[in-house]
Design a protein around this ligand. Structure first.
Ligand SMILES: *[C@@H]1O[C@H](CO)[C@@H](O)[C@H](O)[C@H]1NC(C)=O
Length: 354
């Protein structure tokens, strides 16, 4: 067999065994991020600061097998692909190059294999790269290894100083997750098709048009699972936008603790503050649920930026009177017309500010 035939045979075997063209153990995930106007003392305020975010990983079959076994005790049909990404190991100190923008630049992954860079572009440069996406437009780029064997495409959504942004939680706000039960969280995260909360995508798409709004998704879920959330968001037709997630590492905690702990409070608060600090007059609508700490996080942000938070929507269960009492307490410094509880997308008002 000559070399070419051999390569073809190997490729076909790889393709048929796992459904993917390449059987590489390594890959790159990029998560959509944001760009803000450059308000730094040295920057031109018409220019932009762009952020990218991603992860360079290598499969960890041993960890995957262990986790699959652990989950299979209580959960049927554990999704192998989700386990594969979730258990993969970050590749630290790897050189990667960012291309497709005004200048090529290379970077290295951090200790956890994460890709996190910030770069400046002038207004004109952004204008020449801008593509339709969200209402503010987006810039796309490619990250690749120096030998080009691995490549991933990323998106950066522009978030200007003016306008309206909707920032939405995912789990139990737009997606059925069941965060109050460990078994439900794990089953709804690692098995089965992700399901939407009824009519949420319709409400969001309507608001996107009506308010010329941009959307960002703020979630405690690990960014390792972003590709599956993206499949869900696209399938259900949610507005496109940036995603702000946590990152799981086996060094910190075990995976059950990760899903059940409250250490997402800081990361969600930091992300909200990043949006507030980097946009001058932009106004925000915050959407979350009652089942974890969204009300508390949103109330704190409201207290710091009351003139820029237009409305807070909190999803709850039917007949949850105690929940309403909790919200009244948490939102005691928020005017009553600024927050509303809802159960599904049909309860959400078309006109938010009447
Ligand atoms: C919608 O928002 C974008 C980005 O903020 C802006 O460029 C555009 O002019 C707005 N469109 C309308 C109709 O207001």
């Amino acid at each position: 067999m000559n070399a070419i035939v051999c390569v073809i045979v190997v490729s076909i075997v790889a393709l048929s065994s796992n459904g993917f063209l390449f059987n590489d153990k390594e890959d790159i995930i990029l998560v959509p991020s944001v760009a803000f106007r450059d308000h730094s003392p040295t920057g031109q305020s018409s220019g932009w600061i762009l952020h990218n975010q991603g992860w360079y990983y290598e499969d960890n079959p041993v960890q995957a097998t262990i986790m699959t076994k652990a989950l299979s005790i209580g959960i049927k049909n554990v999704d192998k692909e989700r386990i594969r990404l979730f258990t993969a190991s970050g590749e630290d100190d790897k050189k990667l190059c960012v291309e497709g923008l005004n200048r090529a630049m290379c970077t290295k992954t951090d200790d956890e294999g994460r890709i996190k860079n910030t770069f400046q572009m002038t207004k004109e440069e952004v204008q020449s790269f801008i593509q339709p996406g969200g209402n503010g437009g987006k810039v796309t780029y490619t990250v690749s290894t120096p030998n080009k064997k691995l490549q991933a495409k990323g998106e950066i959504y522009l978030c200007d100083d003016n306008g309206i942004s909707f920032i939405s939680d995912i789990d139990d706000t737009i997606k059925v997750t069941g965060v109050t039960s460990t078994a439900a969280v794990l089953a709804n995260t690692f098995a089965g098709e992700y399901k939407s909360i009824e009519k949420m995508a319709d409400a969001y798409r309507y608001w996107e048009k009506r308010y010329n709004a941009t959307f960002s998704y703020l979630t405690a879920s690990p960014d390792q699972l972003y590709p599956f959330l993206r499949e869900f968001l696209d399938r259900e037709n949610f507005p496109s936008g940036s995603a702000h997630m946590r990152h799981f590492t086996w060094f910190d905690v075990n995976f059950i603790q990760f899903f059940m702990s409250a250490n997402y409070i800081k990361s969600k608060t930091d992300t909200l503050n990043m949006f507030m600090k980097n946009t001058k007059n932009r106004q925000f609508v915050l959407i979350g649920d009652i089942f974890q700490k969204d009300p508390d996080i949103y109330a704190d942000v409201y207290n710091a930026y009351s003139d820029r938070i237009l409305k807070i929507f909190i999803r709850k269960e039917q007949n949850d009177d105690r929940g309403i009492e909790r919200l009244e307490e948490v939102f005691k410094n928020v005017p009553r017309e600024k927050w509303t509880a809802f159960e599904n997308g049909d309860d959400l008002p078309k006109d938010i500010f009447v």
